[in-house]
Write a new protein. Structure first.
Length: 688
């Protein structure tokens, strides 16, 4: 305390000239007369000092010097004598001659933020109102306005982004001041403070920021002196595009972003953004449009997207065929070669032989390494072979084999293709696979007789066809080549041909010396054949004789039946009804045997047996006429008896052809199901 006021400040021992810094003097107001009521004592708190006067206490703010509290004491308490502060509990005591008073300091800092704000000490102001959002917003708005007025636009933007002020007003403020960089900072901060649910605001800010970045980059790119700033801004823009927080919004609005990038002609960032969005189709298309085919293929190989390979391969293979085929091979079975055939067809139609070899290389990889069985792949490989590799064509056909069920190419297509290109040996092979041996021999004779001979021996199960094929060869050798020795060689190669088969092909006047040996061999073969026929006839005669003897012996065989014998089927006495006795010893009643045999007979025999039974029943009925002549009845009876015996004999031939227990019927019944398959469902239902 001084004579005219109070000196206060902050202790600062670092200063050499004074231990006080930021010192100020609070001058006594007019109601304090130091001559009459001189201040008695003073107590300092965090933001105030209390001044004790004889009849009152004044509290003065140390920040602005304003009196914030005044307490008057009544005369009955007496004059105030002393004021002290307890530093341990931060309580203030005041006493008079009669009483003692205690003061509690509560919420001393509640309005400090406002004082610091008015003093432009915004950091301290924010510190003392951080738990009071409404006050903090006021401080931030005040700080932002202060920075804006002092042209600290970036700092102003950062503060404005944290306030609740109207977005449009702040944005317009920066636009009017032509401070795009500060506006961008404001939008970035505002975007970072948005909640995930605020999708509309996020979309707006993201799109606007993209436009601002592109404008700013366009301005800086044309100024060489701003190269470093351009690079820094470009890096910020890329960070913005690749930010995980913005990823969903950018992806959902990628069409708008692409339009903005295209409108500014920024292909570099268009590609960058497409990579971030994993829109590799756009990246590859961009490289192809700018003739950067290696880069396009690198993108395809790196991301291994089958659909993109199918789409861009027709373009890439026209310029870098070897690298494209290498990439296809590296993809292995992930690519469907059928979808690449259109690209190869377009390419091979205008390419040279060396370039076609690349197409063949990939097709061979599919066929031999991946073991593809798709007909389209094999057909296309055949067409490439026919076009420029005839040797490989024949090798491929032979390797594919001759089993039509295991061949993966179209036989008719392959035949037409080989015929168009004049590959006769390949055509002969295909004819052999198709079992068109006559066509194979006819075509082979135009190429090589030995090839025709190999074809003629193929129909092993059809001697007539083999002979016909060999005759074709012989005719060709005689009439076309006029080579008698070779014709005789044909005779020796095929045992089916005789000299008499070949003689008609020779001209009328030819030296017989060439045929002498063949004719002699033919005559010897005929003699052998005649002797063999004689021997077979003698054997047949002996066999017929033995059969007649066996039949005669069978007719004289008989069996005896005892009275107690029973039917093998029904186990009833045998002699009660007509019966059959078999050589094996089994005995059956006629009706029992019929019942056992009938279900196992073929359908046509069942029908015949039923017909015979009807005829037999018809012959058993007595005549309805009672006025026939006696002689006529005798004649009719004789004929009826003969017919009846014949019918019985026919029935016996069917029913008693063999023993039902010992004959083939029993053997065939082994693999016969117990239930007729057609009646299986009905039988199943009967058991339920």
């Amino acid at each position: 305390m001084m004579g005219n006021g109070v000196l206060y400040g902050t202790l600062d021992y670092s200063r050499p000239d004074s231990i006080l810094s930021d010192e100020r003097v609070w001058v006594y107001p007019s109601d304090i007369d130091i001559t009459v009521n001189k201040p008695i004592s003073i107590v300092l708190t965090q933001f105030h000092f209390l001044l004790l006067l004889p009849d009152r206490v004044k509290a003065v703010c140390t920040l602005n010097g304003q009196v914030v509290f005044q307490d008057l004491f009544l005369e009955k308490f007496g004059l105030l004598t002393r004021m002290i502060k307890d530093p341990t509990v931060q309580q203030i005591w005041i006493h008079t001659e009669k009483v003692v008073f205690r003061y509690h300091v509560q919420r001393e800092s509640r309005d400090v933020w406002k004082m610091y704000m008015n003093m432009n000490k915004f950091d301290l102001a924010k510190e003392y109102c951080k738990d009071r959002p409404e006050c903090l917003d006021i401080v931030l708005a005040k700080e932002a306005e202060h920075c804006f007025q002092n042209k600290r636009y970036l700092d102003s933007a950062k503060c404005y982004a944290l306030t609740q002020n109207y977005f449009e007003e702040i944005a317009l403020k920066f636009i009017e001041a032509k401070q795009e960089e500060a506006l961008m900072e404001f939008l970035i901060k505002k975007l970072s403070n948005l909640k995930p649910s605020e999708k509309t605001q996020t979309t707006l800010l993201t799109t606007w920021l993209t436009e601002l970045y592109l404008n700013w980059l366009g301005i800086l790119e044309g100024d060489p002196s701003q190269r470093n700033l351009y690079l820094d801004t470009r890096e910020k823009f890329r960070t913005f595009l690749s930010s995980p927080k913005n990823k969903d919004c950018l992806f959902n609005n990628r069409a708008s972003i692409y339009e903005l990038l295209a409108s500014h002609g920024d292909t570099e960032h268009m590609v960058y953004f497409a990579v971030i969005m994993q829109d590799y189709e756009r990246v590859v298309a961009h490289h192809c449009q700018h003739d950067e085919y290696d880069e396009a293929l690198n993108v395809l190989s790196r991301h291994r997207d089958e659909k993109l390979f199918y789409k861009f391969s027709p373009v890439l293979i026209q310029h870098i065929p070897k690298k494209v085929v290498d990439a296809w091979i590296s993809m292995g079975s992930r690519l469907d070669a059928r979808n690449l055939i259109p690209a190869l067809v377009n390419y091979s139609q205008s390419a040279s032989t060396q370039q076609i070899n690349e197409a063949i290389r990939y097709m061979e990889f599919c066929v031999y390494q991946l073991e593809e069985t798709q007909q389209a792949i094999h057909n296309y490989l055949l067409s490439l072979y026919a076009l420029c590799r005839p040797d490989s064509l024949l090798s491929y056909l032979e390797q594919a084999g001759t089993n039509p069920n295991r061949i993966h190419y179209d036989l008719k297509y392959a035949l037409r293709l080989c015929a168009e290109h004049g590959h006769h040996r390949a055509c002969v092979h295909i004819y052999k696979v198709m079992e068109l041996y006559e066509e194979a021999v006819d075509l082979a004779l135009q190429v090589d007789v030995d090839l025709a001979k190999s074809c003629a021996d193929l129909p092993e199960d059809d001697e007539e066809l083999r002979k016909k094929l060999w005759l074709k060869i012989a005719r060709h050798v005689v009439q076309e080549e006029k080579d008698v020795k070779k014709a005789m060689a044909c005779l020796s190669s095929c045992a089916l041909l005789k000299i008499e088969d070949v003689l008609p092909f020779f001209p009328d006047f030819v030296t017989i010396d060439h045929f002498k040996e063949a004719i002699c061999n033919s005559l010897e073969d005929y003699n052998k054949h005649i002797e063999e026929l004689k021997r077979e006839m003698e054997e047949a005669t002996q066999s017929a004789k033995r059969i007649r003897e066996d039949i005669q012996e069978m007719r004289n065989k008989y069996g005896s039946v005892e009275p107690q014998e029973k039917c093998a089927a029904c186990d009833f006495p045998l002699l009660n009804r007509p019966f059959y006795l078999f050589l094996c010893g089994h005995m059956f009643h006629y009706d029992c045997l019929l019942q056992a045999v009938f279900p196992n007979l073929p359908a046509y025999k069942q029908a015949k047996l039923e017909d015979l039974q009807k005829k037999l029943a018809a012959t058993s009925q007595p005549s309805k006429s009672h006025h026939r002549p006696k002689d006529a009845d005798t004649i009719s009876l004789g004929k009826g008896q003969q017919s009846r015996e014949q019918i019985k004999a026919d029935i016996d031939d069917i029913v008693a052809a063999e023993c039902v227990y010992c004959g083939e019927l029993m053997i065939r019944s082994i693999d016969k199901p117990f239930i007729d398959p057609q009646k299986y469902e009905e039988e199943m239902q009967s058991w339920l």
